[in-house]
Write a protein that binds this ligand. Structure first.
Ligand code: IVH
Length: 710
């Protein structure tokens, strides 16, 4: 292998990864075919990556790749790994040696990995989960590790994790975090060890992070890439006044005692409870800890934390499993730099580093121009990402994004990927600045019409509302989408093709597509069966509920919920078209701006003509919405707002929502002081506790069913 430099490190990583064995518990000897050169390279690579991440706060690779390399390292004979996991102490800070090294955790990613972890522990301890063996599960907080030495109840010094052995002195900084007790009354808590290092994580809440960045921006100061970086940047300040001004929080999750005989804690659970009583913050404060007695318990915990992570106020990058009993922990011991009794189960990675190859412009149905990043394809948590949204010119300018840059791309759930950061150090000399105005000469790239600023003054819009092909195609895409007419088999590609053929000139031409059946079949790549499915689907959708039709008009502010509200109030389409301002504003949930947009839409002669023509082709279902004016307004659900949490037995949540609407009630997904009832199913989410706090009436499924029957 060649010498490792910053330039070739990526290809070397690729080569190393290609040699990884599939199971993380495989014996290491044949992993690299006994080739020690690979081991040396791995150590060097990890050390370069560590420096980039911890020293310079500028990662070279993404978390998932780093974790994989670490996993290979852990699988090898660890004694040979000299890589320092963590950051070397920053200049200007006093250095502090930890009582015992601050360890890292091994990582797992899959259910199979979890099974292997459990099997290994059960085998070594000669006992099974649930039969004398318990595992405590905690969130893995994505912040900055610290270790605080307490002697006789007094906090003497505190350090960052550093390289695991030596960290930076942040004693004065940590004292600025008010929730952290720095003096324990040992008369009151005689069991608190005479000498102990309390360890945990300093972090910043997601909301505070956003506010903090807004403040930084106002003052023209450094914008932090994520809450973790913001916490690190805030804590590692020589001027503690700056630390004090930042919204730092912390959690305690482990400890170190030099002399085991002095350990008063029987288990991790015991430690967390006792420390919590004294006043230290633990994940228990957020109800995020679970004692698990089976693999199912563990998986349920992982899944529920994973699914609900957006509701947790701070960033977590996984969960941590710890063998509960201290005596069991001792038996299991350590492997190199990680305990064998603990394991991190990481969430699939949501960010990756890649290159910005170019910027293209998209014009959507409203005419707004969105710049799109064309990326060197990169795998983020199992999905290949090729493009990311750049939102608008302001975003490009503010983040100083240039073509050729190396960028951090983030993707979570179904959200469109976005660029969160530019790695400036990697900017090539020929990186090119980008300006929509210069690039387009202020003309729509699709129809050549003048570009204008949108009302919000940020977005740029194509001024041609009627004939811009991009806007027409965008509208067709919208009305064919799942939320509106849900026409399976009619996506971006097909729309582009049919539009170019002249079969789709206007949005509602989709209902005329069946007449081109034979022509479509003759096209390359269109199988007989799929064409028939498409045609059947279109025919079927010609008969539609009124709220879908209203949604399809694309009126500003009239999406699914508003459209349903309108349909619940009026009997027929005609009534809606003739509604006046007070008719519409009297609907709870519809404001003045939307009202005006609705009225303007129906007053427009061209829209009226389109609707007339459309009604020649489609029929509106004689559905619940049409009948809703006839509903008995004295029923208990009428005009009441409901939220459902947990799983219902007799119906799905969607069905329950439909029922509520059928009775003139309003079904929403998030709880507020305006909510009248919360229906609680099995395994309810945090909504149940919130209902309690807000004093909102809770209903069991049975009570809800009774309500409908009555
Ligand atoms: S326990 C011996 N518990 O993750 C056990 N660590 O990759 C050592 N972390 O350095 C740590 N949440 O900074 C533990 N609930 C948790 C944690 C946690 C976050 C961090 C910690 C550690 C890193 C390991």
């Amino acid at each position: 292998m060649e010498t490792i430099t910053k330039e070739n490190i990526k290809s070397i990583i690729k080569e190393l990864l290609s040699k990884e064995s599939s199971s993380i518990y495989n014996k290491s000897e044949d992993l690299f075919g006994k080739n020690e050169k690979y081991e040396e390279d791995l150590i060097k690579v990890l050390s370069i990556l560590d420096d980039a991440y911890y020293q310079n706060d500028e990662p070279i690779t993404d978390d998932a790749t780093y974790d994989k390399l670490k996993r290979i390292a852990e699988n090898l004979n660890i004694q040979t790994i000299k890589s320092k996991v963590g950051a070397k102490a920053k200049k200007g800070f006093k250095k502090i040696k930890h009582l015992a090294p601050m360890l890292s955790l091994g990582n797992i990613f899959t259910e199979d990995d979890l099974t292997a972890f459990i099997n290994r522990i059960e085998k070594e301890l000669y006992k099974k989960l649930g039969q004398g063996l318990e595992i405590i599960a905690e969130p893995k907080i994505d912040g900055l590790g610290f270790s605080a030495l307490f002697i006789n109840g007094k906090m003497i010094k505190c350090a960052t994790r550093g390289d695991g052995e030596i960290g930076e002195d942040i004693t004065e900084n940590i004292k600025t975090i008010k929730s952290f007790p720095i003096e324990i009354d040992i008369n009151k808590y005689p069991l608190f060890p005479k000498e102990i290092e309390i360890r945990g994580e300093v972090y910043i809440n997601k909301n505070d992070f956003i506010k903090m960045n807004e403040e930084q921006e106002k003052q023209n100061k450094k914008i932090f890439a994520n809450p973790r970086n913001a916490a690190a940047g805030s804590l590692r300040q020589l001027d503690t006044k700056i630390t004090a001004s930042r919204p730092l929080n912390l959690f305690v999750y482990t400890y170190t005692i030099t002399n085991d005989e002095n350990n008063p804690y029987k288990s991790q659970e015991d430690f967390l409870n006792k420390i919590h009583q004294i006043g230290f913050t633990t994940s228990e404060d957020f109800n995020l800890i679970k004692l698990c007695k089976s693999k199912e318990d563990i998986l349920n915990y992982y899944n529920s934390i994973f699914e609900n992570r957006s509701k947790i106020p701070f960033d977590i990058d996984g969960v941590v499993y710890k063998v509960n009993e201290v005596s069991d922990q001792k038996k299991l011991g350590f492997i190199a730099r990680s305990p064998r009794w603990a394991m991190a189960h990481k969430f699939p990675s949501t960010t990756a580093i890649t290159e910005l190859k170019g910027i293209t412009l998209q014009v959507g149905r409203t005419g707004i121009i969105t710049p799109v990043a064309e990326l060197e394809p990169v795998n983020i948590g199992g999905v290949i990402v090729k493009r990311a949204t750049l939102h608008n010119q302001d975003e490009i300018t503010r983040k100083d994004i240039r073509i050729g840059d190396t960028v951090v791309v983030a993707r979570s759930g179904d959200v469109i990927p976005k660029i969160t950061e530019v790695i400036k150090e990697k900017r090539p000399q020929n990186a090119k600045e980008y300006s929509i105005e210069k690039e387009t000469n202020n003309k729509c790239p699709y129809c050549g019409s003048e570009l204008i600023k949108d009302e919000d003054k940020v977005a740029i819009k194509c001024s041609n509302k009627i004939n811009c092909p991009a806007q027409i195609k965008g509208t067709i895409e919208y009305i064919a989408s799942k939320d509106v007419f849900d026409i399976d088999g009619l996506g971006e590609k097909q729309i582009e093709l049919f539009y170019n053929k002249g079969w789709l000139k206007e949005p509602y031409d989709i209902f005329k597509l069946p007449q081109y059946k034979n022509e479509i079949k003759a096209l390359e790549g269109f199988a007989e069966k799929s064409v028939q499915n498409l045609i059947d689907n279109i025919e079927e959708k010609k008969h539609m509920p009124m709220y879908r039709l209203i949604m399809s008009f694309g009126i500003n502010g009239v999406g699914d919920a508003t459209s349903r509200l309108i349909c619940a109030k009026f009997k027929t389409l005609n009534d809606i078209m003739n509604a006046n301002v007070s008719d519409l504003t009297s609907i709870n949930g519809i404001g003045e701006i939307t009202t005006i947009d609705i009225i303007n839409f129906f007053q427009d002669a061209k829209n009226k003509r389109t609707i007339d023509n459309l009604l020649q082709i489609i029929t509106i279902e004689n559905d619940i919405y049409k009948k809703s004016n006839e509903i008995d307004t004295t029923n208990m659900l009428y005009n009441k707002t409901f939220v459902i949490t947990g799983t219902l037995e007799s119906m799905t949540r969607e069905e329950a929502k439909e029922k509520i609407r059928e009775f003139g009630g309003i079904a929403t997904s998030s709880i507020s002081s305006k909510t009248d009832f919360v229906i609680i199913g099995t395994s309810p989410g945090s909504t149940a506790t919130k209902a309690e706090k807000l004093g909102i009436k809770k209903l069991t499924e049975e009570e809800f069913l009774k309500m409908i029957k009555e």
